[in-house]
Write a protein that binds this ligand. Structure first.
Ligand code: HEM
Length: 404
C-alpha cells in the first residue's frame, strides 16, 4: 500500500473520486492500517463530529501536549470557551470590518501591480498568486495582531512548515507542538511578546496582542507561552487558507467568462462566488479528532482513544446536500451549508475576515479587468499536500477595460 491513501492524495483529481467512492460505501470509512484514523466522509457524520465536542475532542495531533502548548483548536472545554472569547473579541465581525478600508486599498494596489506585470506578458499570462493574492492574508493578520507589516511576507514559509508538519503528524495520529513544528516562527512571536511586555502597559496599543496579554481567565492572565501558541495558530490558520480561497475563487471565475461578466456588472454576486468556492474548493481539506469516549457515529462503533479524520471536502461534495457537487453553482439552495469553516463550538472565528479579504480582492479585480482567463497551457497546479487545497501557482491572462 502506498504511504498516502488515495482519499488524502495531494492531487484533487485523485482525492475527490476516492472520497466519492468512500461516501458510496459508508458515512465513515475504516482506517487504512492499524493506528490510522477513521475518516468521516458524509455531511451528517462530519457535522456530528464537529458538534459533539464532549465525544470528539482535540485537533490535529494535539493529544497529550501541555495545555500551554495546545492551540485553541485542540483545547478541551471549559478552557476552550474561555480562550475562544478572547479570540472572538479580536477577530469579531466588527473588528474585521474596521480593516476593510485598508484591505480595499491594499487590493487595488496589488491588482495595479498585477496589471503592470501582465501588460508585457504574452498568452501564457503571469502567475497572480505571488503578486496579487499572497500578500493579502498576512498583511491582514499582521494588522489585526499588531505585528510589523514588514515581517508579514515571512508568515508563509512558516505556515507551510506548520501545515506540512501537522499533516504528517495527523496522518500518523501523532502529536506535535507548534514550537517543535516551527522553532523560528515561535522565536519571532516570543520576541514580539517580550517587546510588548518591555513597554509600560499604558502605552500598549489596542490590538490582539494587548487583548491576549490583559484578559484574565478566573482572575489570572494567560502565560506568554499560552499566548504564543494562540497567536502562532491564528496566523497559520488565517494565512494559507485565505490565500487558497482567493486563488481558487479567481480560478473558478477565469474558467467561466459568463460568470465573470455577471459579477462585473452585479457585485452582489461576489458573496455567492466566495461561498461556492469555499464549498467546492474547501481550503482546509481535513481535520482530526480523538474519541474521548466509546461512541456510535452514524451506526459505526468507535472506541475511546481512536482518531477520526473529518473530511471537510467530502462533506462539501455530499450529493444528498449538494446535488451535482462537482458543478460550480452560486445559486444552489444549500449554498451556505458547506463546512469549509467547520461547525459547532470550534467553527472558524476568522470566517468574516476571510470573506472580507476575498471580497476585497475580487472586487478590485472586477474594477480593473474586463476579462480574465487561464494562461495558455495552464492546468490546475495543486498544493503540495492533501491537507490544504488551492492553486500553488495560477497563471492568468487579464484584459483591461477598453482592450480587445
Ligand atoms: C478561508 C479561510 C479559512 C478557512 C477555510 C478556515 C477554516 C477553519 C476551520 C475548518 C476551522 C475549524 C477547526 C476545528 O474544528 O478544529 C477553523 C478554526 C479556526 N480558525 Fe479558521 N479558517 C480560515 C481563516 C481564518 C482566519 C482569517 C483566521 C484568523 C483570524 C482563522 C482563525 C481560526 C482559529 C483561531 C480557529 C480555531 C477556533 C477554535 O478552535 O475554537 N481562520 N478555521
Amino acid at each position: 500500500m502506498s504511504e498516502v491513501p488515495a482519499h488524502l492524495d495531494a492531487d484533487p483529481a485523485v482525492r475527490m473520486p476516492a472520497l466519492a467512492a468512500l461516501r458510496q460505501q459508508c458515512p465513515i470509512a475504516p482506517p487504512v492500517a492499524d493506528g490510522r484514523p477513521w475518516t468521516a466522509v458524509s455531511h451528517e457524520a462530519v457535522e456530528t463530529v464537529f458538534r459533539e465536542i464532549y465525544t470528539f475532542g482535540g485537533s490535529a495531533g494535539s493529544t497529550g501536549l501541555d495545555e500551554d502548548d495546545t492551540s485553541i483548536a485542540g483545547i478541551l472545554e471549559p478552557r476552550h470557551a474561555q480562550i475562544r472569547r478572547i479570540i472572538n473579541a479580536v477577530v469579531a465581525f466588527h473588528k474585521s470590518q474596521q480593516i476593510e478600508p485598508f484591505l480595499i486599498d491594499l487590493s487595488h494596489r496589488l491588482v495595479a501591480e498585477y496589471a503592470t506585470a501582465s501588460a508585457a506578458a504574452g498568452p501564457k499570462g503571469v502567475d497572480v498568486m505571488p503578486i496579487a493574492v499572497d500578500p493579502v492574508p498576512p498583511n491582514a493578520m499582521a494588522r489585526l495582531v499588531g505585528f510589523p507589516a514588514a515581517d508579514a511576507a515571512r508568515y508563509y514559509s512558516w505556515a507551510d512548515q506548520v501545515g506540512a508538519a501537522f499533516a504528517a503528524a495527523a496522518a500518523e495520529g501523532r502529536s506535535i507542538s507548534m514550537a517543535e513544528a516551527v522553532p523560528e516562527f515561535t522565536q519571532y512571536v516570543d520576541d514580539r511578546i517580550a517587546a510588548r511586555l518591555a513597554m509600560p502597559e499604558v502605552d500598549w496599543p489596542q490590538d490582539a496582542l494587548t487583548r491576549f496579554l490583559t484578559t484574565e481567565i478566573d482572575g489570572v492572565r494567560l502565560s506568554s507561552r499560552a499566548i504564543r501558541v494562540q497567536i502562532l495558530f491564528m496566523i497559520g490558520a488565517g494565512s494559507e487558507t485565505t490565500r487558497n480561497l482567493i486563488g481558487s475563487a479567481l480560478y473558478r471565475l477565469a474558467l467561466d467568462p459568463a460568470l465573470y461578466a455577471s459579477v462585473r456588472t452585479d457585485r452582489s454576486l461576489i458573496d455567492g462566488v466566495v461561498e461556492e468556492t469555499l464549498r467546492i474548493d474547501a481550503p482546509a481539506q481535513f481535520l482530526v479528532r480523538r474519541c474521548l469516549a466509546d461512541t456510535v457515529l452514524t451506526g459505526q462503533e468507535l472506541h475511546e482513544g481512536e482518531h477520526v479524520m473529518i473530511s471537510l471536502s467530502s462533506a462539501n461534495w455530499d450529493d444528498t446536500i449538494f446535488p451535482a457537487p462537482e458543478t460550480f453553482d452560486i445559486e444552489r439552495e444549500t449554498l451556505r451549508q458547506h463546512v469549509a469553516f467547520g461547525s459547532g463550538p470550534h467553527i472558524c472565528p476568522g470566517a468574516s475576515l476571510a470573506r472580507l479579504e476575498a471580497r476585497s480582492l475580487l472586487n478590485a479585480f472586477a474594477d480593473r479587468f474586463d476579462r480574465v482567463e487561464p494562461g495558455a497551457g495552464y492546468s490546475f497546479d495543486h498544493a503540495a499536500h492533501g491537507m490544504l487545497h488551492g492553486p500553488h501557482t495560477l497563471r492568468l491572462v487579464v484584459h483591461e477595460a477598453g482592450e480587445r
